[in-house]
Design a protein around this ligand. Sequence first.
Ligand SMILES: Cc1cc2nc3c(=O)[nH]c(=O)nc-3n(C[C@H](O)[C@H](O)[C@H](O)COP(=O)(O)OP(=O)(O)OC[C@H]3O[C@@H](n4cnc5c(N)ncnc54)[C@H](O)[C@@H]3O)c2cc1C
Length: 132
Amino acid sequence: MTNAHDLVVIGAGPGGYVAAIRAAQLGLNVGVIEKESRLGGTCLRIGCIPSKALLESSELFHETKHSFASHGIVAKDVALDLKTMLARKDGVVDQLTKGIAGLLKKSFTRSTASVIRCTSRSPSKRPTRSNG
Ligand SMILES: Cc1cc2nc3c(=O)[nH]c(=O)nc-3n(C[C@H](O)[C@H](O)[C@H](O)COP(=O)(O)OP(=O)(O)OC[C@H]3O[C@@H](n4cnc5c(N)ncnc54)[C@H](O)[C@@H]3O)c2cc1C
């Protein structure tokens, strides 16, 4: 698996994918090992991005409920639709994780450069490869 690569990066989070893209730009044949199905690491999947998407929604809700009146804006019956809020958050995460996959795909110009879906500590598990 790794014999074909000049560099193998474990983890496709902000640390890993940036390093992998830069190494590929510098001409190395890079492999990225990622145990999760979606790329982008903690930040994109469960950290920075989803939390900021929800923060934006809750800020808008709070503003609508508590700040509009002083501006003379009347918003009656303001309610929170949590299902829609969470679906929007999932959509943002989906779009950005796919963006990372696209970025890696674009950067990996060599035929053997790849994202390998497996856990690096489980060599017994047969990895699956994809282009991004
Ligand atoms: C709720 C929350 C909010 C945050 N908000 C912000 C923010 O606003 N701004 C900010 O700068 N930072 C924020 N962070 C921190 C940010 O998420 C991390 O600093 C960043 O994700 C670290 O990047 P990383 O690439 O080092 O690690 P990670 O993003 O954790 O990526 C590591 C990747 O490696 C994979 N991996 C791990 N072990 C293996 C293995 N053995 N085999 C294969 N794959 C493996 C993981 O699945 C993961 O995809 C937040 C974190 C959380 C939890």
